[in-house]
Design a binder for this molecule. Structure first.
Ligand SMILES: Cc1ncc(COP(=O)(O)O)c(C=O)c1O
Length: 374
């Protein structure tokens, strides 16, 4: 099956009683256990709505199994703390979501886990490996500069050095990038973004082979970040339109990046679909679309003043919804990252990150134009 057909038909839970075509919502928090081996409980990550949506996500990413969480950070923290023990070392790409960055910086040392923040190039990642390195953690395209990591090269390093490779695939979505096909071991998403897609749902997912997924699930049952039935159902419903949403969003982002690139008030545009983008060639080789996130630096106007001039596009935290939103990463997603790191990465006060929605591209471009030229 093609991925757009899988969005509709993969996973789910058959309603044999009424033959309704949607997965029923199972609201119970207590299930009978006599005459059955199964112990259903939301925090064991095994209820019908959880399994229905995990099956769909597995089909979309090409995973054997997975665990559905109550947020992206619940997925990220649970996976990292499942796979790392005191005395281990982790190689973490330096340009990752600010919350993941802060989690590593604030908790790893306390737990006796050492880490090295490495640049995005495969050789920088390999050079950071130590004899006790257990995982390589990456994100691509990166937040907020849309840099691209060579996933095949990182997966090859992981296999050769016997180190697990983990990617946060939130920005790309399974529609534009399938890391398992490139050899990555574990795929994470903040489902709060594109998977949910309507800015009304928090969730996260970790996908892997059966053995790793079972390990993650065991720790997850202790940490407790499980997703409730209603949210699982909402996510399952949203995934049915994932491919058409992301295709339209990607097309819109491509058009907007071209407009911004040629505007005199714009100092620079970061979008992997642009031919002059430093990661364009790698992106072309490993992505089926360049995604719907882009960032750009404006001249003359402070970021927040620019955002206030926008009429259609809303300044908002988060991303991946059907509506276009904008934020300045320096005071939002990367607020907790030190000034020194922000400077080194190139996250300036004038940088704006755009999450492109499914509106008509001409209306979006017009809104940006009037705000730039006001
Ligand atoms: C790339 C990325 N990963 C992970 C997260 C964390 O997800 P959540 O907010 O669902 O915990 C975010 C949130 O913005 C994100 O942008």
């Amino acid at each position: 099956m093609h991925i757009d057909t899988k969005c509709i038909h993969a996973g789910g839970y058959p309603d044999t009683q009424t033959k309704g075509i949607n997965t029923p919502i199972f609201t119970s928090s207590a299930y009978g256990y006599l005459d059955t081996d199964v112990r259903l409980y939301q925090r064991y990550f095994n209820t019908p709505n959880q399994e229905a949506v995990v099956k769909k996500l597995c089909e979309l990413e090409g995973a054997e199994n997975g665990v559905i969480f109550s947020s992206g950070m619940a997925a990220i923290s649970t996976v990292l703390l499942t796979l790392l023990n005191s005395g281990d070392h982790a190689v973490v790409q330096d340009e990752i979501y600010g919350g993941s960055h802060a989690f590593v910086e604030e908790h790893f040392s306390r737990l006796g886990i050492s880490f090295t923040m490495a640049g995005k190039e495969a050789h920088a990642i390999e050079e950071a490996i130590k004899p006790n390195t257990r995982i390589i953690y990456i994100e691509s395209p990166t937040n907020p500069l849309l840099n691209v990591v060579d996933l095949r090269a990182v997966a090859e390093i992981g296999r050769r050095r016997r180190i697990l490779t983990i990617i946060d695939n939130t920005f790309a979505t399974p529609i534009n990038q399938n890391p398992f096909k490139l050899g990555i071991d574990i795929v994470l998403h903040s489902g709060t973004k594109y998977l949910g897609g309507h800015s009304d749902l928090y969730c996260g997912v970790a996908l892997a082979n059966k053995e790793i997924a079972a390990r993650i699930r065991r720790t997850a049952a202790h940490f407790g970040g499980s997703l409730n039935a209603l949210s699982c159902y909402l996510l399952e419903r949203s995934l049915k339109t994932l491919s058409i949403r992301v295709e339209r969003q990607t097309q819109n982002a491509f058009e907007i990046s071209g407009f911004l690139e040629n505007h005199a008030k714009v100092a620079g545009v970061n979008y992997p679909g642009l031919e002059n983008h430093v990661g364009h060639k790698i992106a072309r080789n490993q992505m089926s679309g360049y995604g719907a996130m882009l960032s750009f630096e404006i001249k003359d106007t402070p970021a927040q003043a620019f955002m206030k001039r926008l009429k259609l596009i809303k300044a908002a935290l988060s991303l991946g919804g059907v509506e276009t939103t904008i934020c300045d990463p320096a005071t939002t997603s990367h607020q907790k990252v030190s000034e020194e790191v922000k400077k080194r990465l190139g996250i300036s006060d004038n940088l704006l990150r755009l999450s492109v929605g499914i509106e008509n591209k001409d209306d979006l471009i017009e809104d940006i134009r009037q705000a730039l030229e006001a």
